[in-house]
Write a protein that binds this ligand. Sequence first.
Ligand code: ZN
Length: 95
Amino acid sequence: MKDCKYCGHAHTPGSNVCPACGKFYTKIAELIAEEEAEEERRSFQGRVKRIFQSDDIKVAVKLEFKQVISGLSGKAKFTLFVIFVFVFALIVTVI
Ligand SMILES: [Zn+2]
């Protein structure tokens, strides 16, 4: 592979990122890394990890929950609502 096109630092074998300037050597490597980071962000493990890494777990949980809700489609939201109402109705009738 060629040297870094941004700063000219010699290419480090086995690495996709230039150690001198932190930029990716190729656009494809950058896109793959972005894709993986995005997967990590969306995955349940990624969310849990972020929650535990944050200083304020309560705020982190709230934030992640908000993101999950905003990422849901209208149909998914409706389904969740129906489940919630069903569970609520069940609890009320039992009590
Ligand atoms: Zn560089």
